[in-house]
Write a protein that binds this ligand. Sequence first.
Ligand SMILES: Cc1ncc(COP(=O)(O)O)c(C=O)c1O
Length: 433
Amino acid sequence: MTGDEIRQKHRQYLMPATINYYQEPLAVESAKGLTITDADGREYLDFFGGILTVSLSHANEDVNGAVRVQLDRLSHISSLYPTAPMVQVAEALAGIMPGDVSQSFFTASGTEADEMAVMLAMTHTGKSEIIALRNGYSGRSALAQSLMGHANWRILPQQIAGVKHAVQPDCYRCPFNLKYPSCNIQCARDIENLIQYTTTGQIAGFLAEPVQGVGGFVVPPKEYFEVAVGIVRKYGGLFIADEVQTGFGRTGDHWWGFQHFGVQPDIVTMAKGIANGLPAANCMTTPTIAKSLPRLTLSTFGGNPLAMAAAKATLEVMQREDIPARSARLGARLRAGLEALQVRFPSNIGQVRGLGLMQAIEIVVDEVAGDRTPDAALTARIFEAARAEGLIIGKGGRWGNVFRIAPPMLIDEAQIDDGLAMLERALVAAKAR
Ligand SMILES: Cc1ncc(COP(=O)(O)O)c(C=O)c1O
C-alpha cells in the first residue's frame, strides 16, 4: 500500500482520537537499525525509537532470532502456565534490580503495570490515597488517567478521588518561582503539606517517574527524591518508581533512573524498552509486599512467550553491550551537540535537559529576552522541518513545546552527529533564532 492509501484507510477505520504525529501522518513500512522506511520508500533516522520502546535497534538480529525460535515453539499460553522465558526474564530482572525488589508481575502495557503497583501499595498499607506528580504520565486507563498530571492527556474528569497531585519538580519552570539550590527543594517539601491538608494523613504511596517522560524529560533536582520519599515514608506510604521510560540504562550509568537519586523504591514499574519493541511490561516489588495481594490474579497476555523471549534477548544484549555505560557515553555526545545548538539558537532553545540518551530541548519565544512562553507555532515548524530533513524526533511537555530525543541505544557516534546536523538544518528552516 502507498502512504496515501494507508492514511486514507486510517482516517476511515480508526477512531479520530488515535493521535498521529505530523500534519501528514508518517506511514511506516519497515525499519532496520536506526533507519525507518516509509510506505513510499523514503528513509529517516530514528531519534525516538517508537517512543523509547525500540531500546536497542530496529529488527535487532539477536532479539528477532530469539523471537523466531520461540514462535515455532510456543507463541501463547497465558499467565496461567509458567514458561521458561517468563521465569528467565524475571530472574534476570531481579539480578539488575537493587534492594529486595525481586518479584515480578508481567502485563502487556505500562498502564497495567502502574495499576498493579497502585493496587499493591493499597493492599500492603491498607490505605488508599496516592500522591502522584503534576506533569506526570501514567497511561490511559481510568486509574492511570487519574494518576496523570496533564490536562492534555486526560479524557475524563479525575475518577479516582484518592489521587493527589504534588507539584512538578521542574527547575526551569519552578512552580514556586524559586531558584535551585536556595529553594531548599520546596517542591519535595510541599508533599508534606499536601498530605497534611488533602489526605487522611496516612497514604498508600507515591508514584513518580525519576525523569518525567511525556512531561518533557524533566529531571528533578538531585536531592528531590531523598526528601520526597522521606516524607512519603513518614506518612506510611510506599515509593513506586515508574521506570517505563527511564529503565534499562536509558538514563546512563545505571540500569534504573531512581539510582541517580540515591533512593530505593518499594515497587518498580517498567515497560517500553524491556523487549526492544514487543509489547511487555512488568511490576516488580519485594516478596513481603507481593504477599499482601489477598487474591490470585492474572493477565492474559502478561508474560507472553514471544514478548518474554524478546525481553530475555534484549537484556542479554544490554548486558553484553553494557548499555548503561554506552548510554552515558553517547548521551554526553548528544547533550554536547544540543548545547551547541542552544548557543546557536539562544532565544528559542530555552533549556537543554535530560540524562543519558534521554535528552530534550524546550522551545520558547525568547529566552534571551526572558520570555519563556512556549512557542507552539515554532515547535510545529521545527518538527515538520526535521521530518523533511529525514529525522524523527518526539514531542512532549505540558504545552507540547519540548522535543524529546531518545534514539535506540545501539546508536553510534556518526549517527548522533548526523541527527544533530539534521536538527540544526531544521531549526534554520523553521527560522529559529
Ligand atoms: C512513564 C509512563 N508510565 C506509564 C505509561 C503507560 O504505558 P502504556 O502506554 O504502555 O500503557 C507511559 C506511556 O507513555 C509512560 O511514559
